[in-house]
Ligand binder design. Structure first.
Ligand SMILES: Nc1ncnc2c1ncn2[C@@H]1O[C@H](COP(=O)(O)OP(=O)(O)OP(=O)(O)O)[C@@H](O)[C@H]1O
Ligand SMILES: [Mg+2]
Length: 223
């Protein structure tokens, strides 16, 4: 599903130059639960942004579902991000003035789904993450764990093949973190591919494969 060859990412120039990724080779199979670990500044988020087509590498090759991402224009990349990839972030990234329901519905509006289908799918997703009773609350009225479950429901809106999560339990207590892990394991069983950046050993223990980054390189393929 994801194949990378010699991916490099350099930020800035001259004295401000940072080599964030130094030649990453990666192969992530369909329906794999893939964990990405490593110290702060090792390049995890940089790599996630490239996997998620939010940013492009400075050099190297990246194939998403066998297609060279270099062959995609701006609009095609936006379409991949909205329909093929579900993003989950440490700080949830919910729209503060939109309700739980609206936050989950938005990716389907972008896709052009019909209102009736959208509403039904939104309720189904909120139900699946145990938040049907919170549909009309704003993010500020929810707990951290609840906000992250809204973010997961939103990530699933267009039934993406890949779920990409950057520190999804970083701002949560252990119990809420375990709930998020349980949801991820369920999604994995349903056939989704998961790529999860995490410092949470409960999550990396469950991943099928764990890669550790250090100074922009892959340190090893074991735990
Ligand atoms: N937009 C940017 N411009 C310049 N340098 C950047 C930028 N984004 C990240 N970096 C640098 O690239 C390196 C890798 O950063 P990255 O955010 O990928 O690390 P990380 O592994 O996600 O760290 P953390 O665990 O703290 O989130 C760091 O040295 C960082 O300072
Ligand atoms: Mg990061």
């Amino acid at each position: 599903m994801i194949k990378m060859k010699k991916i490099e990412k350099i930020y800035g120039t001259g004295t401000a130059k940072v080599e964030a990724l130094r030649g990453i080779d990666l192969d992530i199979k369909k329906n794999e639960f893939f964990g990405l670990i490593g110290p702060s500044g090792s390049g995890k988020s940089t790599l996630m942004n490239i996997i998620g087509c939010l940013d492009v590498p400075t050099s190297g090759e990246y194939y998403f579902e066998e297609k060279d991402i270099k062959s995609f224009n701006h609009n095609q990349l936006a379409e991949i991000r909205n329909e093929k990839i579900g993003f989950v972030f440490q700080n949830f990234n919910l729209l503060p003035y939109a309700t739980t329901f609206e936050n989950v519905e938005i990716p389907m509006i972008f896709k052009g789904a019909r209102a009736k289908e959208r509403k039904a799918r939104t309720m189904e997703l909120l139900d699946a993450v145990g938040l049907a009773g919170r549909a009309h609350h704003k993010p500020s009225e929810l707990s951290g764990g609840e906000m992250q479950r809204v973010a997961i429901a939103r990530a699933l809106a267009n039934n993406p093949s890949l779920i990409l999560a950057d520190e999804p339990t970083g701002n949560l207590d252990t119990k809420s973190g375990d709930e998020i892990l349980a949801i991820f394991e369920n999604l994995w069983k349903q056939g989704h591919t998961l790529v999860v950046i995490t410092h949470n050993p409960n999550i990396s223990k469950r991943a099928q494969k764990v890669v550790k980054l250090k100074d922009g390189s892959i340190e090893n393929n074991n735990r």
